[in-house]
Every structure is written in structure tokens, then in C-alpha cells.
Design a protein around this ligand. Structure first.
Ligand code: HC1
Ligand code: SF4
Length: 581
């Protein structure tokens, strides 16, 4: 038993526990900035968590110590807010702000910034050391179509390096320089676009300030909305409806699909469609493709709807690219269909259409700029992508509060209905389960008896299962990985020839899109809400009268009236693509 005293209270500490962790467990707040318990990160670099520590017998004078890296020892007496401790905490924040861009009012993290929080807590009212030229001389990297790295707002906490290196195993980021010139950069001095970064956005989720973020495109959306010549077509991803409500105070995992539709209409959207519809279309193509490849004994096939996974394959495992499914992602399929089939049905000039996606994802922004993802006339399939965060910003810029909106429903008769299978795309294992439901039907001519394929569900980083599809196909060996650490493990096994799978689902973000890198940012937290969001997706599936993609009546009409059948010449031309290193 380790007993210590913190602010006069005798408390029990766990073996190897730091003073900070012990205090937090007992509800005592010590300001901290660099550490992030959810990713086991306590580098001790910011030193905002300074406390005074004395031995209980007061044999020696108290020492100042950083609480995050000082283990609790029997008999310690810790004071978190003595004058000396408070002054040490304040000095650290003041030093940190000395070369920090102070344009807080215009920063995207304003009001949601951990640095602002600690500055308030320590009572810092002015800054004796601020050196504007040093702050503004830092790198702002805008080379990526998806992300911006603004080092004038970086506090060198190294959370981004930790998540990229240990979590995602991409290891794109590194500490550069020394002393006052210490910064975070890309390996070998490369720009973000040239580097091995895959724009998964996980570093954005853990950044405590506005140093990392997506490229903000809310103004461009407003331009489209206010241009009378343009027909705006919005789509939103499966996972957005279960993650977005939190920004407006709804409980975690609330389904706010109806409120999002209402908000888009209030914004002035001309047509509101659902990415879930396109997820059903993807299943039609991908199931047919998989069965065809199995017949040719080409295995395994990887899913290809996650753009950060595609980036990862291109930059880290280019030899595996031929194994990727050629079916485009739901985002892109929706864009293509909205610029071909939809205008034909609705009598709109396709040149007037702009497709805008709302995605819980940063990498979707660079996916839409891929040169191979354009229509034959050079039009982009998707014109703009907003992350969930930007969408929240957009609503606030227009004075809309989700809580004040009456939920609405989709009304487009061509591209907004979805099956339960399309809905579960947003969680790890969802694409696989949706594909199995349709493959079973193709092979056996009847529906799978147990629609919910529970062996495919779960949350471990890497899961495997054998699914009995029957007929000429027999058993299909599948694997599902989420997060790039487990993905790398699987890719290595495939390279080494020690993996035996037919079909592999990859989602680059741990948890899948429900915890994608474009989601709302929490302070001092990482990945706490994924399970509740996932459970709501499963509930949406269960409540849907149509559980299989092939039974979606609008998908059936699309094939009957336009595409003919999966892998028809037109389907191939519009809905399939290729990847190269
Ligand atoms: Fe996803 Fe997908 S599920 S990639 O995770 O295949 O972003 O939600 O929109 O395109 O449908 C994200 C989510 C999303 C695509 C679909
Ligand atoms: Fe690393 Fe992903 Fe951030 Fe790129 S976006 S630096 S890959 S964590």
C-alpha cells in the first residue's frame, strides 16, 4: 500500500503511478498539457504540471517536480497549489506562449483549446516574453490537399508523433531542431504532401491546439450555396449521423440523421442524398467482383473504400496494390451517380451540379482530388469535402443549432434510401458484413438466415473469421483490421506468404469511421465514444425493414434503369478505378 498526501488529503497510490495519475484518479485537478493518458503519453516536455513535493517528515525542503513523470512514493507530501507551485505552472505556460501565435480569436480551436484552458487556469493575464517574429517565423505547411500543419501554434507536446509512430506505425513525424528551434516536422525535411503521411488525421484528433487541422473549405461551400447557377448536392457519411450530435450537446451516439437533413435544407442545399445509398451500390459491385476473383483463384481481395488505407498501401505496400478491390468508395460512387444518373432522371444540366460531402474523415479530402476520379468530361466526381468538424463550424457560421431543428427525412426518390447493410459501413467489420449478406444471396439465391453476422463484429484491432457462403464458393476466409498498426501486421503476413485469406476489410482509423480523423475533437481524450456510436449504427440496421444492399429499392431501380447489372460496361466505366504507386 502506497500512501501519499496531496493537498493535505491522505490518498492511496497504485504501484508505479505518477503523482498526476494518482491525483486525477482521486478527483484532484493538476493542469497539464503534453500528457494524454488515453494514448499512454507522458513525455514531461511542457512541465505545466509542476507541483511542490516534500517528504512527510519535512526532513528536507520541498522540491518542484513535474507531476506526470514523478512516481508517487510512500510518505510524499504534494502541494498542487502552493504559491511556488502556482508560479511555476504559470511560468511554464508563459514560456510556452512566448513563441506561440496569439491570434486566438481567429483560430479554429478557439474555445476548444487545451492551451487556452491551462492559460486560464494558471491565471496568466499578460505575456512578458512574447516574440511575434519568432512565432510567425515558424513553418505553415499547406502542401497537402487535406491537412494544414501550422507550427506557429505547436506546443511540442509530441502527441502527434506518438500517435503516428506507435499508434498508426506510419512514423511520418519527427522532432526537428534543438533549444528554441525545436519543432515537429516530417522526416527528411519533406513537406506533408511529399512525406509518408497518409492523412488519416489521427494526429489532428490528439493535438491540444490549432496546430493541426483539415484544410478549411467552409467558405467554398458558402460560395456554392449562394450561387444561383449551381445546384448543390450534399451527401453525408454513414458515421456522421451518430457522431455529429455531440457538438450540439446530444448524448454520445445519438442518431441525428433527421436534424442533419433539416440543417442542410436550412443552409439552402438543393438536393440532400445519403452516402449510405452509395454504400449499398458499392456492395453490389464489390460482392460481384469478389466472387469473380475467387472464381479466378485471385486472393486475397482488400476493400478499397477507406482513402487513408489506399494512401497507406500506395506509400508503404505498393506491391499489394493489385490486390485492392477496383470498386470506388461510396463517396466517389455517389458523386459519379449524382452527375450522371441523377441529372438524367431529374432533368438537370450536370454541369450545374456540385457534390459536397460531409465526412468523418480527413483523407476523403485528398481522395476527391485523385486524377483518376473524374468523369470523362474532366468534371470532378466530388467537388468539396467537409469534415464533421467543418460542418459544425458551417452551421455555427449560419447561426444554426442542431437542437432547435425539427428532424426531417430524405425526399430524393433516386439516391437516398439505404439498407441496414449500408448503414453499418461506418464501423469496423461493417463493410465485410454487408458484403457477406449480398454474396450469400448471389451464391444461394436466398437470404442468409441470420442477417447479423456476429462473428464479424468485435473491436479487436485484427479479427479473422471463416464464413460459410455455400454453393460453389464454400467457406470464405476473412480478416478485418482497423487502425494502421494491425493493418501493417496483416500486410507483413501477406507479403511473407503466411496469411490465408479471401477477403480483407481495412479501415485506417482505429474503430473505423465512427472514430475517424475528421470527427469532432475532444479535449484530453482519444477514442472514448466509438463503441456507443457503433452500437447506434447496429440499431439503425436492426430498425431498417431492408437489411441487404441488393434489396434497396432505389439501388434496384438504378440497375434496372441505368447500370443494368454489376460490372456491366457502364458500371465498370463509372464505378471502378485503379491505384498505382
Ligand atoms: Fe466511411 Fe465509407 S464508411 S469510408 O468509413 O466506405 O469517411 O462513415 O463515408 O466513402 O459509406 C468515412 C464513414 C464513409 C465511404 C461509406
Ligand atoms: Fe501520421 Fe496520420 Fe497524422 Fe499523417 S495524418 S502525420 S499519417 S497521424
Amino acid at each position: 500500500l502506497i500512501l501519499i498526501s496531496i493537498d493535505g488529503q491522505t490518498l492511496e497510490a497504485l504501484p508505479e503511478e505518477s503523482i498526476l495519475a494518482c491525483a486525477r484518479r482521486h478527483g484532484i485537478y493538476i493542469p497539464s498539457l503534453c500528457e494524454l493518458n488515453d494514448i499512454d503519453h507522458a513525455p514531461g516536455t511542457c512541465r505545466v504540471c509542476m507541483v511542490e513535493v516534500a517528504s512527510q517528515d519535512q526532513a528536507s525542503a520541498p522540491l518542484l517536480a513535474a507531476a506526470c513523470v514523478t512516481p508517487a512514493r510512500p510518505g510524499m507530501a504534494v502541494n498542487t497549489h502552493s504559491r511556488r507551485a502556482r508560479e511555476a505552472q504559470r511560468l511554464q505556460v508563459e514560456l510556452m506562449l512566448a513563441d506561440h501565435n496569439q491570434d486566438c480569436a481567429t483560430c479554429v480551436r478557439h474555445g476548444n483549446c487545451e492551451l487556452q484552458d491551462v492559460a486560464q487556469f494558471v491565471g496568466l493575464h499578460s505575456n512578458r516574453f512574447f516574440d511575434r517574429s519568432r512565432a510567425m517565423g515558424r513553418t505553415v505547411d499547406r502542401s497537402s490537399p487535406a491537412m494544414v500543419r501550422d507550427m506557429s501554434k505547436c506546443v511540442r507536446c509530441q502527441r502527434c508523433i506518438a500517435i503516428c509512430r506507435q499508434g498508426q506505425t506510419v512514423d511520418a513525424l519527427v522532432v526537428t531542431g534543438t533549444g528554441l528551434d525545436t519543432a515537429v516536422g516530417l522526416h527528411h525535411g519533406l513537406s506533408q504532401a511529399e512525406s509518408t503521411c497518409v492523412t488519416c488525421g489521427q494526429c489532428v484528433l490528439v493535438c491540444p491546439t490549432g496546430a493541426l487541422g483539415e484544410r478549411d473549405e467552409t467558405d467554398r461551400v458558402l460560395d456554392y450555396l449562394f450561387d444561383p447557377e449551381i445546384v448543390t448536392v450534399f451527401q453525408f457519411a454513414p458515421a456522421v449521423r451518430v457522431g455529429f450530435g455531440e457538438e450540439f450537446g446530444f448524448p454520445v451516439g445519438t442518431n441525428v440523421e433527421g436534424q442533419i437533413i433539416a440543417a442542410l435544407r436550412q443552409l439552402g442545399a438543393d438536393i440532400v442524398l445519403d452516402t449510405n445509398f452509395a454504400a449499398d451500390v458499392v456492395i453490389m459491385e464489390e460482392s460481384a467482383e469478389l466472387l469473380r476473383r475467387l472464381g479466378e483463384r485471385r486472393r486475397p481481395t482488400f476493400t478499397s473504400c477507406c482513402p487513408a488505407w489506399i494512401n497507406f498501401a500506395e506509400r508503404h505496400y505498393p506491391d499489394l496494390l493489385p490486390l485492392l478491390s477496383s470498386t470506388k468508395s461510396p463517396q466517389q460512387c455517389l458523386g459519379v451517380i449524382a452527375k450522371t444518373y441523377l441529372p438524367e432522371r431529374m432533368g438537370i444540366d450536370p454541369a450545374r451540379i456540385r457534390v459536397i460531402s460531409i465526412m468523418p474523415c480527413v483523407a476523403k479530402k485528398d481522395e476527391r482530388t485523385r486524377p483518376q476520379l473524374q468523369l470523362a468530361n474532366g468534371m470532378r466526381e466530388v467537388d468539396l469535402v467537409l469534415t464533421t468538424r467543418e460542418f459544425a463550424r458551417l452551421l455555427k457560421r449560419r447561426g444554426l443549432d442542431l437542437r432547435n431543428l425539427t428532424p426531417s427525412t430524405f425526399d430524393n426518390p433516386y439516391m437516398s434510401a439505404y439498407s441496414g447493410a449500408g448503414a453499418i459501413f461506418g464501423t469496423t467489420g461493417g463493410v465485410m458484413e454487408a458484403a457477406v449478406r449480398t454474396m450469400y444471396r448471389i451464391v444461394n439465391g436466398r437470404e442468409l438466415e441470420h442477417t447479423e453476422v456476429t462473428p464479424l463484429r468485435g473491436f479487436e484491432g485484427l479479427r479473422t473469421a471463416a464464413v460459410e457462403v455455400g454453393g460453389s464458393v464454400g467457406t470464405v476466409k476473412v480478416a478485418m483490421a482497423h487502425g494502421l498498426g494491425p493493418t501493417r501486421e496483416l500486410c507483413e503476413r501477406i507479403r511473407a506468404g503466411t496469411a490465408d485469406f479471401d477477403f480483407i476489410e481495412i479501415m485506417a482509423c482505429p474503430g473505423g469511421c465512427v472514430d475517424g480523423g475528421g470527427n469532432l475533437r475532444s479535449k484530453k481524450a482519444y477514442r472514448r465514444n466509438a463503441l456507443k456510436r457503433r452500437d447506434t449504427l447496429f440499431a439503425i440496421d436492426r430498425a431498417n425493414g431492408v437489411r441487404q444492399s441488393h434489396n434497396n429499392p432505389q439501388v434496384q431501380a438504378l440497375y434496372r434503369d441505368f447500370l443494368e447489372q454489376p460490372f456491366s460496361e457502364r458500371a465498370h466505366q463509372l464505378l471502378h478505378t485503379w491505384y498505382s504507386d
